[in-house]
Design a protein around this ligand. Structure first.
Ligand code: NI
Length: 185
């Protein structure tokens, strides 16, 4: 693999890597840990709350998230809607979604200038490996649950422009076209 973490940058739509299905990570090595820590740095520099490996050009099933308390909209029951510091999930799966789909506006570091309403289940669990290679299972609601689902989508090549409500699609259509056009120049 041999990726230089300092060379990583956030890639924007329509970079092809954003449309690919990422591969599971075979072993949680020091290289993986270094890249995770660089991804946390890039996410913070960009004022984001999540960043997935394909967004830094890597077809790896890994994402980072950091949802500060206070940014959450509503707490759903007892599930946390914010993270206590940065989280790293390797080979993650979203399981046990509950509740009626809720619409909320989402943005994406790979789609600057685009924001639209996406409907998602309000409470989910995540199963993944942590940075020490051990399995973790966490449950969340609110913005944290939304963030995990958004980042997991990135690992399957899915973007918010695929999931937005019809109204948001129409609203963002020219911005999406502009990005596609700029990439061709
Ligand atoms: Ni995103």
């Amino acid at each position: 693999m041999a990726v230089d973490p300092s060379s990583l940058q956030i890639v924007v739509y329509p970079a092809p890597v954003l449309r690919q299905v990422a591969d599971p990570i075979g072993a949680v090595t020091d290289e993986v840990r270094e890249i995770a820590s660089r991804m946390i740095e890039l996410m913070r520099e960009a004022d984001g709350i999540g960043l997935a490996a394909p967004q830094v050009g890597l077809r790896w099933r890994m994402f980072v998230a950091e949802v500060p308390p206070g940014e959450e909209r509503v707490a759903e029951g007892d599930e946390p809607s914010a993270s206590l510091g940065p989280q790293v999930f390797i080979n993650p799966k979203i399981v046990d979604p509950v509740g009626e789909l809720e619409a909320m506006e989402e943005g994406c570091l790979s789609l600057p200038d685009i924001a639209g309403e996406v409907r998602r289940p309000p409470v989910v669990s995540i199963e993944a490996l942590g940075l020490d290679g051990a399995p973790v299972r966490l449950r969340a609601s609110g913005l944290l649950a939304r963030c995990w689902q958004h980042e997991l989508d990135h690992l399957d090549g899915v973007l918010i422009i695929d999931r937005m409500t019809q109204m948001s699609r129409i609203k963002n259509r020219s911005a999406v076209k502009r990005m596609e056009k700029e990439a061709r120049v």
